[in-house]
Design a protein around this ligand. Structure first.
Ligand code: LXE
Length: 601
């Protein structure tokens, strides 16, 4: 489950290294508009509404004024997203636009550098500029650092010799600094973060949110068409999590992410509700239904028959992306009254245009009653570790009536049973929570005839700037911190099996939970011990002849043991050989997630 929150996209998996790269959605002539930028030496910098902007989508530019009588290098720098990872094995691609607002006789070099906050230069390039350049001109340079500092306290800088540029004014726009990306995709993904997620072998990617789809207001809702095409044509928006989204990670980039990580999208469309509790009136939904149809056609349409699909083709992907599931809104149990008509119109129209798509409702199952009757619901639960253990049998009692469930967001977030969103919330997942989630997940496996998908949420968190915790994977400018819940998700994902094998049922409300699956040649036993004591189990595998040794991969620790920037590898999965037979015993440690793999003869 992905959404642009906690810098998951910008400053996270989107590989752009410069923060506030295009001064999108800021108020010109304010100090705040310059966030992440700072002047160097005596330069004067200001974000202005450019008289001739680079594009309609990017009205602002950075005005650099070099005072008369100055000397030495003057200019400005960008601190990145709380640091810039400088790696000598990488070649960085830097770019920006510049122009002189009025012709001048200046002729000289702009020096583009990667340097430490104390002035150590790691990479430098120069580009000649002339004062006769009065229209926007793009500069593209490569930067190859000569060393890899451990510290990420580094800046991207653009400077000019103050003496020779004395009294000059230069405008700049649309900066960008990219390292190499995951699978080399242009405008792509941060390699280490993408690899971490790829190694979880996820099957699907829910996008674009979560709350970040909805907008804190109607005007700031997520709109697919504002997130595609040339980066200079993307205005960005104030996201739902207190920071501006560049939308450089837009709908096409999301689809490429799915393609590159071999996942399929579960794509949401805006469904007429924003978080200020505003619902589009029933008789005014048509334009937003059309926008949703266009969004879907951008992903799967025929370029010869649909403009959005033709746009996709023009951007380099003529063939449709695989798309089965479309979610109508997000958490519309907050607005279930209007969802009654919003669902009716969105689902009615979308299923008429795209009859093969599986539409997912986001209100509570069957409450309210919706028409057409949803065949798919997205359930969310944020609760205590104990709740997850106690609800391992949550879906066992669900009626088998042709309805399928997506456990779209779930996580153990707090041990505060009276208010999980109050005091006592977890900043990082811990083993009490992760073993509770594992107990719940054994129930999802047991009920996988009706639970078609499940995803922990939220996914990513920049430890320098975050709003919601805990998250599956944390990171800073150079490191990735997979949590105990990440390893739990990974253990279940890479040991999925293809068939559920009925077994003795765990005790409801107990502390020990398991599920048994198999693929062709291996029986896979997942065990969650949510209690404070190790538990011995006896397994009888009747009518299956197994080899005498198998493997056990165990994730265990104390209740509050947790991976964090301070203790990044406090709890890691450990795999060992175990003795197996038609009947064998296994002891699950306290607060543990265990996966036994038993080879079948
Ligand atoms: N409030 C949660 C529910 C919403 O769907 C997400 O954006 C938030 C964090 O995962």
């Amino acid at each position: 489950m992905f959404e642009a929150s906690k810098q998951s996209g910008d400053g996270g998996i989107y590989a752009e290294l410069l923060q506030n790269r295009a001064f999108q959605q800021v108020v010109p002539n304010t100090a705040a508009a310059l966030y992440a930028w700072a002047p160097i030496n005596s330069a004067s910098i200001n974000v202005i509404t450019d008289p001739i902007p680079l594009s309609n989508a990017l009205p602002n530019s950075l005005k650099l004024t070099i005072p008369s009588g100055t000397s030495g290098n003057v200019g400005f720098g960008n601190e990145g997203y709380w640091g810039i990872n400088v790696n000598s094995s990488w070649t960085y691609e830097a770019s920006f636009y510049y122009k002189f607002p009025g012709a001048s006789s200046f002729s000289g070099n702009l020096i583009i550098m990667l340097q430490s906050s104390t002035g150590t230069v790691y990479a430098s390039a120069s580009v000649h500029v002339s004062g006769s350049t009065t229209t926007w001109t793009q500069v593209l340079v490569s930067l190859s650092p000569t060393s890899s500092p451990a510290s990420t306290a580094n800046n991207f800088t653009v400077t000019v010799d103050g003496a020779s540029a004395s009294g000059e004014t230069i405008h700049f726009a649309m900066f960008s600094l990219f390292p190499p990306t995951f699978k080399g995709r242009a405008n792509g993904l941060r390699m280490d973060l993408a690899q971490t997620l790829y190694d979880m072998k996820p099957s699907f990617f829910r996008l674009p949110g979560g709350n970040n789809l909805e907008g804190q207001s109607f005007s700031s809702r997520w709109q697919w068409n504002a997130t595609v095409g040339n980066l200079i044509d993307r205005p960005g928006r104030m996201g739902d999590w207190e920071y501006i989204n560049t939308d450089g990670l837009g709908l096409l980039e999301y689809m490429y992410l799915c393609e590159d990580m071999e996942m399929q999208p579960i794509m949401a469309v805006w469904a007429g509700y924003s978080l200020d509790e505003y619902s589009i009136p029933e008789d005014e939904l048509a334009p937003y239904i059309q926008q949703a149809i266009d969004q879907i056609n951008f992903v799967i349409g025929d370029p010869a028959a649909s403009e959005p699909a033709a746009l996709r083709a023009s951007l380099g992907h003529p063939e449709p992306f695989p798309l089965q599931y479309v979610e109508i809104g997000n958490e519309d149990f907050f607005a279930s009254e209007s969802y009654i008509y919003r669902w009716r119109y969105f689902a009615g129209n979308l299923s008429a245009v795209f009859p093969h798509l599986k539409l997912i409702a986001t209100s509570y199952p069957f409450n309210p009653v919706l028409d057409p009757i949803p065949k798919h619901y997205d359930n969310h639960v944020y609760q205590t570790p104990g709740w997850f253990a106690e609800n391992s049998f949550y879906y066992d009692s669900f009626e088998r009536n042709g309805t399928y469930y997506f456990e779209g967001e779930y996580a153990a977030v707090s041990t505060n049973t009276s208010d999980v969103f109050g005091d006592g919330g977890l900043v990082y997942p811990d083993m009490q929570g992760s073993s509770g989630e594992a107990a719940f997940m054994t129930g999802l496996e047991r009920n996988s005839d009706i639970v078609f998908a499940a995803s922990y949420a939220p996914l990513l968190m920049n430890v320098a700037q975050y709003q919601w915790t805990p998250n599956l994977v944390s990171f800073d400018a150079s490191q990735v911190y997979p949590s105990t819940s990440f390893y739990t998700q990974q253990l279940f994902s890479v040991n999925r099996g293809t068939e559920y094998l009925p077994s003795t049922l765990p005790t409801v409300n107990g502390t020990l939970y398991w599920s048994v699956t198999r693929d062709k040649s291996t029986v896979i036993i997942k065990i969650a011990n949510t209690g404070m004591a190790a538990e011995q189990m006896i397994f009888e595998l009747p009518s299956i002849s197994v080899y005498s040794t198998g493997t056990a991969t165990v994730l265990s620790g104390s209740a509050t043991s947790s991976n964090s920037p301070e203790t990044p590898n406090a709890v890691m999965p450990v795999t060992s050989q175990i003795k197996i037979g038609e009947s064998f015993s296994y002891t699950a440690p306290a607060y543990s997630v265990n996966v036994l793999r038993v080879k079948v003869q």
